[in-house]
Design a protein around this ligand. Structure first.
Ligand code: AMP
Length: 632
């Protein structure tokens, strides 16, 4: 089959195509209708079908692969390794589900999971799915404020955490951040369930609210919790992602559509087979972790690796050691991680037998040619770039090795994935862009299965954020793109105030709000600037209530440190900007709107672009001078 005919059919006969894909999963009750698109752009897939993500990921494999490893947990931080067969994973998930059920968690209830990369985190996600509860995993690198914002939006019954994570050999306490988040949240959960790893002896406990996972697990060792079948469109999880306002959006995923989309993607996008091993180096706090550490590989009957640790510790050979030891066939990582390894001795790649590996997939940020070449040459297997977003849950642009692997073109994540009717639109006219003309990448609705159903609790925000940029009803990716003469797509960065640091999406508004929390700051603009390792880094430009504070270098350095610390305190280390510059004025329009694109251009040493609306010309010099003064 050719890519073209496969893709064409998925668009022209979407219902027929997806009805066939639906056969890949187990349905307790078969869908009565494949697609309900009576309320555009909202849509429902597999209406009336009843299924369960946990059943498809775990129970379904008991008959044929009970003894095959399902989950391998490896920590180079604690030195621990644990392997769970499908039968053992089933036992653990039943125990966890029994604990949750005893705490009153049931269908539709939310559970926030704020955990490091440990097996219990994945067990907790599956236990929620088993009960029809809605998990919301919050990345462990986020701080208390971020966690509190998510708690208030999701209003969970329960929060599951650990005493601490480990990074670079040092414990990173989690529980005290949970306490702080619960203190400031308006809707704190009734209970906090703690996996105590013995890493934080000083961990505070709140009697009555805080519960010990190991103690409760011991009470439910033989528990069997029946699967709660849910209608295909019941929410399975909420995953928050940064947008253009200071409040993150709760991307809501359904159940049946997501399950089918992932099952099909394992075949066509990843060309993976049941019984093989997938190693995805992301974190469960991100969408890649949800789809390709947890659900995708397990639904497909594969072994999945949950790795806690750095790619360079104990040395830069650790990932390849894992590939050799567990005969990894399918690896999924990010360009930044590969750039980190590229700085190390290439010998590390030659020390291990990597013959099991068939593909390395990369996503999350643009893949530059030198990085792609380096890793392709070193591994000798196809390195496949693919493009997607938290919202879509699986790849929008890709090469499809499971259908037809087209020749790679450096810098291009390939072609529209099946199910995605993708166009490039001229931002000003709303017309289709010509080949090689820059435009906004959009998807013609209805979105395929697996993509967000809505923004949690806010259909209006869903429509406004994603479907209102053009006159025509189109899903905007908020990414610039071009399509070349041969149909290859290239992504040229975001159209909005979102930046991408090491493959992680950060909202500049969120960082601005955090900087504003420093008492000395009057006004602030945060922009992303190009960085050779992380793709982009955030930098802060701020005016001060009292400019004398930075008259001396010592005062300036102190204040910069404080401002950066404020961001880390409120948003967590992932959001830490590279620099904070203090200026006397920020480039703004006469109506007071910050000219972020001009500031960004100046910070990168480029032409600031259209300045016809600029209020104060001196402000440009201010930005130039600030950046120049630190030799950036
Ligand atoms: P997130 O939702 O955090 O995964 O971020 C999604 C954003 O990351 C997209 O909107 C793009 O801006 C960027 N992105 C993801 N994958 C790629 C890729 N393969 N090439 C270029 N940019 C990408």
């Amino acid at each position: 089959m050719t890519y073209e005919s496969f893709h064409r059919r998925s668009i022209d006969d979407a219902e027929g195509f997806w009805a066939e894909q639906a056969e890949l999963i187990h349905w307790h009750q078969r869908p009565q209708q494949i697609l309900d698109y009576s309320r555009p752009p909202l849509r429902k897939w597999f209406v009336g079908g009843e299924t369960n993500l946990c059943y498809n990921a775990v129970d379904r494999h008991l008959a044929t692969r009970a003894d095959q490893p399902a989950l391998v947990y490896l920590s180079t931080e604690t030195g621990e390794t644990r392997s769970y067969s499908f039968a053992e994973l089933h036992r653990e998930v039943n125990r966890a589900a029994a604990i949750l059920a005893a705490l009153g968690v049931g269908k539709g209830d939310r559970v926030v999971i704020y955990m490091p990369m440990i097996a219990e985190a994945i067990v907790a996600m599956l236990a929620c799915a088993r009960l029809g509860a809605v998990h919301s995993v919050v990345f462990g690198g986020f701080a208390a404020h971020n966690l509190a914002v998510r708690i208030d939006d999701a209003q969970p019954k329960l929060l599951i955490t650990a005493d601490a994570g480990m990074r670079n050999g040092k414990p990173v306490p989690y529980k005290h951040l949970v306490d702080e988040a619960c203190r400031v949240a308006k809707h704190p959960p009734a209970h906090v369930l703690i996996v105590d790893r013995g890493l934080d002896q000083a961990m505070p406990r709140t009697p009555g609210r805080d519960l010990d996972y190991a103690a409760l697990r011991a009470q439910h060792l033989d528990a069997e919790v029946p699967v709660t079948w849910v209608e295909s469109n019941a929410p399975s999880y909420i995953l928050y992602t940064s947008g253009t306002t200071g409040t993150p959006k709760g991307v809501q995923r359904d159940t049946g559509g997501y399950c089918v989309a992932l099952a099909a993607s394992m075949k066509y996008v990843y060309d993976a087979r049941p019984g093989e091993t997938m190693f995805t180096t992301s974190d469960i706090g991100w969408v890649v972790g949800h789809s390709y550490i947890v659900y995708g590989p397990l639904i497909h009957g594969m072994t999945t690796i949950c790795y806690e640790g750095l790619p360079t510790r104990p040395d830069a050979g650790i990932w390849w050691k894992i590939v050799e030891e567990y005969k990894v066939t399918t690896m999924f990582s990010s360009p930044t991680a590969v750039r980190v390894l590229k700085k190390q001795d290439p010998e590390y790649l030659r020390q291990y037998d990597l013959s099991s590996l068939r593909y390395l997939f990369l996503a999350g940020e643009p893949l530059d040619e030198p990085t792609s070449r380096w890793i392709s040459d070193a591994l000798g297997v196809p390195v496949v770039d693919h493009y997607w977003q938290t919202e879509t849950g699986w790849a929008m642009l890709t090469y499809l090795p499971g259908v037809e692997l087209k020749p790679n073109r450096f810098g291009s994540p390939g072609f529209p994935n099946y199910g995605f009717n993708i166009r490039v639109i001229n931002e000003a006219t709303g017309a289709d862009a010509a080949p090689n003309e820059k435009g906004v990448l959009v998807v013609v609705p209805p979105l395929p299965p697996g993509c967000l159903s809505t923004v949690w609790g806010n259909d209006d925000r869903f429509v406004k954020s994603y479907f209102s940029q053009f006159k025509e009803l189109l899903y905007t990716s908020s990414d610039w793109a071009v399509r070349d003469d041969d149909g290859y797509f290239f992504i040229l960065g975001r159209t909005d105030d979102v930046i991408n640091v090491a493959g992680h999406r950060l909202g500049t508004r969120e960082i601005e709000e955090a900087v504003q929390a420093h008492a000395a700051v009057a006004e602030v603009a945060v922009v992303g600037i190009a960085d050779p390792l992380k793709g982009q880094e955030a930098v802060v430009f701020a005016t001060l209530k009292d400019p004398n504070l930075v008259a001396e270098e010592a005062g300036r350095a102190r204040l910069e440190k404080e401002v950066l610390a404020k961001v880390v305190e409120l948003l967590g280390p992932v959001a830490r900007p590279k620099h904070a510059y203090f200026v006397n004025a920020l480039p703004k329009t006469r109506s007071g709107k910050l000219l972020r694109r001009s500031i960004q251009a100046l910070a990168e040493g480029r032409d600031p672009g259209d300045l016809s609306t600029l209020d104060d010309p001196n402000s440009l010099e201010e930005v130039r001078r600030a950046v120049g003064s630190t030799g950036h």
